[in-house]
Design a protein around this ligand. Structure first.
Ligand code: C5P
Length: 400
C-alpha cells in the first residue's frame, strides 16, 4: 500500500509554463490513493483550467479566497487544517518570494500561512530567475523553515535557454512527497563529523587544512530532512549549521574525539567526513611568538585517529568513513576500511578537478566491507549525500 493512500494533499499550481505538468502530478497522486485538493493561482489559470483538475481529482478546484464550496466551512481554514502535505508544483519565483516573507494575497499563499502541513516545493522557471540571488535566498529561508525542495532539473527551457529551471520529473516529486510523509531515516540517530581541525602553535597561529565542511554539512542537512536525529560535530567552518541539527563546535582533534566519545552511545551511525589534522604541535607556545631572525622548529606529535578509536569499540554501530586520496585511490580506501573497522568508505580522488576540498561537487566511489563497490559520476555534494544516505539506510534497516 502506498504511503499516499488516504492522505490529503493540497496541490498548489502557480503560473509557470510547466503548469500543465501539474495535471500529471494530480493524476498520479490520485491513482496512489491520495485525496487531492487543487488550488490554482490567477496566473496558473492562464495556462491550465479548473476543468482538467476537477476531472482528474473528482473534487472541487479552488481558485479564489472567497470560493466557499461547502457553505458551513471557511474553505481555506478547513483545507489548511486537514492537509497532510502542501505541495506547490510548479512554483514560480514570485510565489517563493511571497512565501519567504509571508505575503498572503490569494488563496494559495493564505493556505501556506494557515497550514501546519509539511510543505514540498518544486520550482520551475527560467535559469536566470532560478539562479538570481533573491530566489536563492528565498529558497534558503524556506528550507530553514522546514520546507522540502524538489530542485529543478537542467534542460532545454520553454524560453529556449538551456540550464537549471525545468520542473523536476513527476516521479521525483511523488517520491519526495512520500519521503516527507514517511521519512526514510525516521528513528535513526546519526553522528556526522565535519570540517577541518585546528591545532594551535601559539596564541595566533595554528596548523589546519582547507576543508570547507561542505560534504559533512550536506549529509547532516539531508539526513535531518529524511527524519534522522543528527548530531554534527564540526571543526571551524564558515557554513551555516543546517536546520534541525544539534551542533557541537570543536577546534582540535582531541576536542573532536572527546565530543564524539561523549555522544557515541547515543547514536546508531557515524559518518566521519572531518579532515582531522594528523599531527599537532607537541608544545603550544604561550602568547604570540615574536618574529625573529633565528629558525623556529616545531615538533609535531600524532593526533588520535577518531574513527579508528570508534571502530575499536564498534558494537552495533554502523561506521562510514571518507578517504581523500591522491594516488592508488581504491587500494588505500580499502585498507582504511579494514583498519578502521568500517562498514563503508567513500573514496574521493582529491587530485581530480571538481572533487574534494572546497568544491561543491565530488566524484566518489563507495566501497563496502563485504567487497561491493560502486563508482558514481561527478555530482554535487548534496547528491552525494543523498546517495550515501540511501546506502546507510540499507546498512541500518536491511529489511526496510
Ligand atoms: O586515515 P585517513 O585520515 O585518510 O582516514 C580518513 C577517515 O578517517 C575520514 O573518515 C576521517 O574523518 C577519519 N579520521 C578521523 N580521525 C583522524 C583522521 C581521520 O576520524 N585523526
Amino acid at each position: 500500500m502506498s504511503v499516499l493512500e488516504g492522505k490529503h494533499i493540497l496541490l498548489g499550481v502557480t503560473g509557470s509554463i510547466a503548469a500543465y505538468k501539474a495535471a500529471d502530478i494530480a493524476s498520479k497522486l490520485t491513482q496512489a490513493g491520495a485525496e487531492v485538493d487543487v488550488v490554482l493561482t490567477e496566473h496558473a489559470r492562464r495556462f491550465i483550467t479548473e476543468v482538467t483538475f476537477r476531472a482528474i481529482t473528482r473534487r472541487p478546484v479552488l481558485t479564489d479566497l472567497f470560493d466557499e464550496p461547502e457553505e458551513r466551512q471557511i474553505a481555506h481554514i478547513h483545507l489548511a487544517k486537514r492537509a497532510d502535505v502542501l505541495l506547490i508544483a510548479p512554483a514560480t519565483a514570485n510565489v517563493l518570494a511571497k512565501l519567504a516573507v509571508g505575503i498572503a494575497d490569494d488563496l494559495l499563499t493564505t493556505l501556506a500561512l494557515a497550514t501546519q502541513a509539511k510543505m514540498v516545493i518544486a520550482p520551475a522557471m527560467n535559469t536566470a530567475m532560478w539562479q538570481h540571488p533573491a530566489t536563492q535566498h528565498n529558497v534558503k529561508v524556506l528550507e530553514g523553515r522546514g520546507a522540502t525542495f524538489v530542485y529543478p532539473a537542467e534542460g532545454m527551457l520553454a524560453c529556449g535557454d538551456v540550464g537549471a529551471g525545468k520542473l523536476a520529473d513527476t516521479s521525483t516529486i511523488l517520491a519526495t512527497v512520500e519521503a516527507v510523509l514517511n521519512p526514510p531515516l525516521r528513528g535513526v540517530r546519526l553522528l556526522v563529523t565535519a570540517g577541518p581541525t585546528e591545532e594551535p602553535i601559539d596564541a595566533v597561529r595554528h596548523i589546519s587544512n582547507p576543508s570547507s565542511g561542505k560534504m559533512g554539512y550536506a549529509i547532516a542537512e539531508e539526513a535531518a530532512r529524511q527524519g534522522a536525529r543528527v548530531t554534527l560535530v564540526t571543526g571551524p567552518t564558515l557554513l551555516e549549521p543546517p536546520a534541525g541539527v544539534r551542533v557541537i563546535r570543536v577546534r582540535t582533534a582531541q576536542e573532536m574525539l572527546n565530543a564524539c566519545l561523549q555522544v557515541y552511545d547515543e547514536v546508531d551511525v557515524v559518518i566521519a567526513t572531518a579532515a582531522v589534522s594528523d599531527y599537532r604541535p607537541a608544545e603550544v607556545w604561550q602568547g604570540k611568538r615574536k618574529k625573529g631572525e633565528e629558525e623556529w622548529t616545531i615538533r609535531l606529535v600524532p593526533n588520535p585517529d577518531i574513527l579508528h578509536t570508534l571502530g575499536e569499540r564498534k558494537g552495533k554501530h554502523v561506521l562510514v568513513g571518507f578517504a581523500a586520496e591522491t594516488q592508488e585511490l581504491l587500494h588505500n580506501a580499502q585498507a582504511k576500511l579494514r583498519e578502521k573497522n568500517l562498514d563503508m568508505i567513500v573514496a574521493n580522488d582529491v587530485s581530480q578537478e571538481g572533487s574534494g576540498f572546497r568544491s561543491d561537487t565530488n566524484r566518489v566511489t563507495f566501497l563496502w566491507a563485504d567487497g561491493r563497490q560502486e563508482s558514481l559520476p561527478l555530482m554535487t555534494k548534496r547528491e552525494v549525500a543523498h546517495r550515501l544516505l540511501d546506502a546507510v539506510r540499507e546498512l541500518v534497516l536491511p529489511s526496510g
